[in-house]
Design a protein around this ligand. Structure first.
Ligand code: THU
Length: 135
């Protein structure tokens, strides 16, 4: 990925964080997704008074991309207001695995804008055992 696209992807995650609906946890998260055709989708976390119904920023972004008909994720950026990097939760990793292969780049972005990249296979090492269920 070239630097311009990478910067754009990161900025979209930062922008998405601004629309986080997180009155319960006060933990704002923004995520963005780069699809194989170079398009970027983003999402924020959206919470609910029934706490367990909150949706993470990463899944929101994946679903925005899927709704637009995109089926291949090549990179993801995720950011919060934390000094430390945050990584996608287990549920989001499973959902990402539907559309991202092990080489997808996961860009972790601190509140201050520091970044760290990891390959998706590093945070989701299990091969997709459910692959055969796909038509
Ligand atoms: N959250 C995300 O959106 N992504 C993560 O990677 C970690 C957690 C959200 C869920 C909930 O709205 C809030 O952060 C606190 O867990």
């Amino acid at each position: 990925m070239n630097k311009h696209l990478r910067d754009q992807l990161i900025q979209r995650a930062v922008d998405a964080k601004k629309t986080s609906y997180s009155p319960y946890s006060k933990f704002r998260v923004g995520a963005s997704i780069l699809t194989s055709d170079g398009e970027i989708f983003s999402g924020c976390n959206v919470e609910n008074a029934s706490y367990g119904l909150a949706i993470c920023a990463e899944r929101n972004a994946v679903f925005q991309a899927a709704f637009a008909g995109k089926r291949k994720i090549v990179a993801v950026a995720v950011t919060s207001d934390e000094k430390a990097f945050i990584t996608p939760c287990g549920a989001c990793r499973q959902v990402l695995s539907e559309f991202a292969d092990g080489n997808a780049e996961i860009i972790l972005v601190s509140a201050a804008g520091k970044t760290k990249s990891v390959k998706f296979k590093k945070i989701f090492p299990t091969p997709p055992a459910l692959e055969k269920l796909k038509k």
